[in-house]
Design a protein around this ligand. Structure first.
Ligand code: GLU
Length: 297
């Protein structure tokens, strides 16, 4: 909780969250993002939530989750308990998928990564979005019987959002508000037919983050500018699933002196390493101020 223990959160205070995936150690860029969210909540007398986005069973590890909470406590942050772990809430995501499926907005996609790459290579003019080439739609046009046969044959599949169908349900254009960049017309089509349930787990980042922000009462979604484009899609999912609509505040990414993003795999920039080196939370804040300063134009 952002407010001091003797001060209950204000009902008009904003609710923010920091939502790391426990796939590695936190680095100085994460610290910036967590402090950014925490400060926004505390300045308004609101609440700060920590959430662990751990649906990827192959990459997430309990020891990373443990390390994340240790790092954040060391930085001086406090948050509400219990911490929501996405892996414990798969029923919520399944229920949302069920609603989208019943509305005719999902289709099974049997493609492997390779199938998709080969199809894209065949059509060099294939549309691209902020994350690269869009899904070329190989499975969109399969008939019901083809789908059933493939499922019956045990072929694994992801569930994709039929973006054209979803957009056709809109009675009016959607908009969303970013505190830094102002009102945005929603353009979820830049991401194409996104995966909402992966082959290996019946959920995806986009689905879970949208459901969780609603269920946890988040009123201001803070995260790095690298995820700005994702908010176009999240706004659409909020509309389709009748979820609350927060405001967003995408913050600039902290870059190192060479202009590169900090990476989890670079141990020297992790909070754990810095702690072991005897650095203090004040040193980390000073370091962030340095990197924030050098990236200014
Ligand atoms: N789990 C996401 C990440 O670590 C967080 C995305 C978000 O804040 O929406 O990048």
């Amino acid at each position: 909780m952002a407010a001091a223990p003797h001060m209950p959160p204000r009902p008009d205070g904003i609710v923010t969250r920091f939502a790391p995936s426990p796939t590695g150690c936190l680095h100085i860029g994460h610290a910036y993002s967590a402090l950014f969210a925490h400060r926004k909540a505390s300045e308004s007398g609101g609440r700060f939530i920590l959430r662990l986005e751990d649906i990827d069973a192959t990459r997430c590890r309990p020891e990373y989750a443990q390390g994340i909470t240790e790092d954040l406590r060391w930085l001086g942050l406090t948050w509400e308990e219990p911490v929501r772990k996405q892996s414990e809430h798969m029923d919520d995501y399944r229920a949302a998928l069920g609603r989208l499926e019943a509305a005719g907005l999902l289709y099974p996609c049997f493609c492997s990564r390779r199938d998709i790459q080969e199809e894209i290579a065949r059509a060099p003019a294939a549309p691209h979005g902020p994350e690269g080439a869009l899904y070329p739609g190989l499975c969109r046009g399969l008939s019901a019987s083809e789908r059933n046969d493939r499922i019956a044959a045990g072929n694994t599949y992801a569930l994709r959002l039929d973006m054209t169908a979803a957009l056709s349900r809109l009675a009016a254009p959607l908009f969303w508000e970013d505190i830094a960049q102002g009102r945005q017309a929603a353009h979820p089509e830049i991401l194409g037919d996104v995966v909402l349930a992966r082959k290996d787990t019946p959920a995806s980042y986009h689905l879970c983050v949208t459901i969780d922000d609603h269920l946890q009462g988040v009123t201001c979604v803070t995260r790095g500018e690298d995820l700005f484009h994702a908010s176009h899609l999240h706004r659409l999912l909020q509309h389709l699933l009748r979820l609350n609509v927060p405001v967003w505040h995408h913050h600039p990414l902290l870059l190192d002196d060479a202009g590169r993003r900090f990476a989890k795999r670079n141990h020297s920039v992790t909070l754990q390493h810095m702690r072991e080196q005897g650095k203090t939370p004040e040193d980390i804040r000073a370091g962030m101020a340095h990197f924030a300063a050098v990236r200014l134009p």
